[in-house]
Design a protein around this ligand. Structure first.
Ligand code: HEC
Length: 104
């Protein structure tokens, strides 16, 4: 219910001010997707190396999410919708090399 409410507020804000606030909320969904999907492989002693979000710039991350998935990711990406990928992009950009915000 709370989520529905904040989504509604976001929708209103977005239509009135095209607010960044809504994008700011998005990164949390991305973090959750990262935790539940990506980290199945990208973890210590996992199938893939742990990812350092601060190893690339925001633009580099955006380019990564804009391109077609690499073959090893095809099955993973098949289960994600556009919104999931968008939220992941927000999350990765938040902690990118050239993001000034403090971690937290
Ligand atoms: C099925 C296992 C698996 C899952 C799940 C997975 N990956 Fe990967 N990923 C790999 C492998 C294997 C590589 C290549 C080798 C490596 O980096 O260890 C890779 C490489 C990468 C790279 C670096 C390669 C490049 O093209 O620059 C990024 C970034 C990446 N993954 C992001 C993600 C994200 C984001 C998710 C979640 C949506 C994800 N991965 C989920 C297996 C996985």
């Amino acid at each position: 219910m709370k989520k529905l409410f904040s989504s509604l507020i976001c929708l209103i804000l977005l239509s009135v001010f095209s607010s960044d606030l809504c994008l700011a909320a998005d990164w949390r969904a991305g973090k959750e997707t990262y935790r539940t999907v990506c980290s199945n492989c990208h973890k210590t002693r996992g199938e893939a190396e742990r990812l350092s979000l601060n190893s690339r710039t925001r633009d580099e991350w955006s380019a990564f999410f804009a391109q077609a998935p690499v073959p090893v990711h095809q099955k993973v990406w098949d289960k994600l919708n556009k919104e999931d990928v968008g939220s992941l992009e927000q999350y990765f950009r938040k902690y990118a090399k050239d993001t000034k915000e403090l971690l937290g």
